[in-house]
Design a protein around this ligand. Structure first.
Ligand code: ASN
Length: 315
């Protein structure tokens, strides 16, 4: 693994043409997804990194965090950002109702995740949140971003795809939707890996029991959340949900998960006042998406400064 990653990645030598081709593809993808959302009237918000309030990432079937980074600044305890979910909710409730953010996330994944080829301990999410939106609104937006950026790369960066030996197919929207429970029944606990190897186009998977902020239907017990799973074993690239916005429900779920209510003070205060708007959103892992488009062997191949679990480089 280490040798694979260092191949062509000596940071004392100019980059090889493969690395440059990937970076050019990444630039093209970012241009398209940003342009598309600006055309639709989204606000482009900037990220924050240090906060009292971040995603607990728990409970989640995929949880594998070795440590949460907490530090003291000005006599107060803050964490580095695991995802801007809380900030997204507050933003769409207080002003801009359609937002996107290129948000750096720090998740100190367990070391054995180096071998998955999909995990990084620093990565960037393309985060979207829309007040009053529903699951299908978010599906349609990301389907457009994925198909349009794939088309752009095929049309404008065919030389780079050739360097990478990548034969890329544009997926056909709308993508199929599956229930997590069906997939689990059929493929067992590793349904995500299994299904990712089988499908030809990306698929949506809904109904995944996880963090408190995703909406749970009180009548059916169904979680109105979703992941997008890429083909060819690239795995989950988007996760998101319709959101909980009622104070009582939020409090109950925080207690159920054993989480500190004080970490979510603003969110809870807004909910109590009836000011927390219902919304839906999701985040796309940029490096994973670029890795899939480029046909990279490991997601760290996309990063100029790789952040592979367990490996702390000199830069
Ligand atoms: N970005 C995700 C969302 O919008 C949250 C996450 O990254 N855990 O739901």
């Amino acid at each position: 693994m280490r040798r694979l990653m260092l191949k062509g990645l000596d940071l004392r030598k100019p980059m090889n043409e493969r690395k440059l081709a990937i970076l050019k593809i990444q630039t093209g993808i970012l241009k398209i997804i940003v342009e598309k959302l600006l055309e639709k009237g989204f606000y482009w918000m900037l990220p924050v990194i240090l906060s009292k309030s971040t995603d607990p990432l728990w409970p989640d079937p995929d949880f594998s965090i070795e440590k949460k980074i907490e530090i003291e600044i000005y006599g107060e305890k803050v964490s580095t950002m695991q995802s801007m979910i809380v900030q997204k909710r507050v933003l769409v409730s207080l002003g801009p109702e359609k937002i996107f953010i290129l948000s750096p996330n720090i998740r100190i994944e367990k070391r054995d995740r180096a071998a998955t080829g999909k995990h990084l301990y620093e990565f960037t999410q393309f985060e979207v949140e829309i007040a009053y939106a529903k699951m299908h609104d978010i599906f349609r937006i990301y389907e457009e971003l994925i198909t349009e950026s794939t088309e752009y790369v095929k049309k404008n960066l065919s030389h780079e795809l050739e360097i990478l030996g990548r034969d890329l197919k544009t997926p056909q929207p709308p993508f199929k939707v599956y229930k997590r429970s069906e997939l689990e029944e059929r493929y067992g606990n590793s349904w995500q890996d299994e299904i990712s190897k089988i499908v030809e186009d990306p698929i949506w998977v809904t109904g995944i029991p996880r963090q408190f902020y995703d909406y749970e239907d009180p009548e059916t017990g169904e979680w109105r959340n979703y992941d997008l799973i890429l083909p060819e074993g690239y795995g989950e690239v988007i996760s998101g949900a319709e959101r909980e916005y009622e104070y009582e429900k939020l409090v109950k779920k925080l207690e159920r998960d054993g989480l500190e209510k004080s970490s979510y003070k603003i969110l809870l205060d807004l909910a109590k006042e009836g000011l927390l708007k219902p919304s839906a959103g999701a985040g796309l892992g940029i490096e994973r998406f670029v890795a899939y488009i480029a046909g990279a062997a490991h997601v760290a191949e996309v990063q100029p400064f790789p952040r592979i679990p367990g490996i702390v480089p000199d830069i």
